[in-house]
Design a protein around this ligand. Sequence first.
Ligand SMILES: [Zn+2]
Length: 135
Amino acid sequence: MKTNYQVTAGLRQRSTKGFTLIEITLVISLLLGLIAVLFIGITAYKAGSDKAKCQLIQVTCQKAVRSYQNLGSHNIGDAVTEADVVGPGLYAADPGIVCPDGVSVLSYAATIPVEGTAWVTCTGPSHNVANTAGW
Ligand SMILES: [Zn+2]
């Protein structure tokens, strides 16, 4: 705080008049630093959220193709397309072919996969699950 002294009738009176430029600059720079940390955190949170949603889509599609296989008495290795499994009235509602990150693309295998192999894979970084044995 900037302090001004006024001399009135021989007495020194202390009066304050706002903030100095250095104080305002310091407060603004602190706020900008906090905002920068917030944006970094939001970016990391969004990337993790997109990855989790992408893997959830993959799990849903995997379960749908297993339902298609079991209910239709299909064998592992039989041909299957997205239109056979995914869509209104089919085994999975359409989760969208695009990964939630908006850049990566989900792709479907042309055949019913063997156990432990994902039917849907993503081009996103680390979006694919390494072990799909429990699917
Ligand atoms: Zn993805």
